[in-house]
Design a protein around this ligand. Structure first.
Ligand SMILES: [Zn+2]
Length: 136
């Protein structure tokens, strides 16, 4: 998978390549552990709960709840063109907590435990990133 270099692009390594490839297909994945049954993120070749290496990517439902957030009003390029934007930590239904952006909602309407669903933003260069929106 080729990703244009830039400060707003992830560093994709061997551990995260399959996860980012799924995101490009608009699929959100979590790492599922066959030994203990727990799910985790970020993508890595072992389970952070029991250290088993018997793990594989598994589709997530995309359902999540808002844990915490902040509104970014100022930032340097290339993020300045997106301000204001909401950076959030969301708890996926499967358990892992994910840092992401929220879209499609006013900051004043955010509250803890707000029900969210995964969405996918395609940037100008075609790169897809996972974001979340309020569940309607
Ligand atoms: Zn495990």
């Amino acid at each position: 998978m080729e990703i244009a270099a830039g400060p707003d692009r992830p560093i994709v390594d061997a551990d995260s390549e399959a996860w980012w490839a799924a995101v490009q297909q608009r699929k959100l994945m979590v790492t599922a552990c066959a030994a203990c049954g727990r799910k985790s993120l970020y993508a890595r070749p072992f389970c952070p709960h029991c250290w088993s290496e018997d793990v594989a990517l598994s589709p997530a439902t995309g359902r999540a709840r808002l844990y915490t957030w902040t509104v970014v009003h100022q930032n340097a390029a290339p993020f300045d063109s997106r301000t204001p934007y909401v950076v959030a930590m969301v708890d996926l239904e499967e358990g892992p907590r994910l840092m992401t952006q929220l879209e499609g909602c006013a900051a004043d309407d955010l509250r803890p435990d707000l029900e969210l669903t995964a969405a996918f933003r395609e940037d100008d260069d075609g790169f897809v990133v996972p974001v979340f929106r309020p569940l309607t």
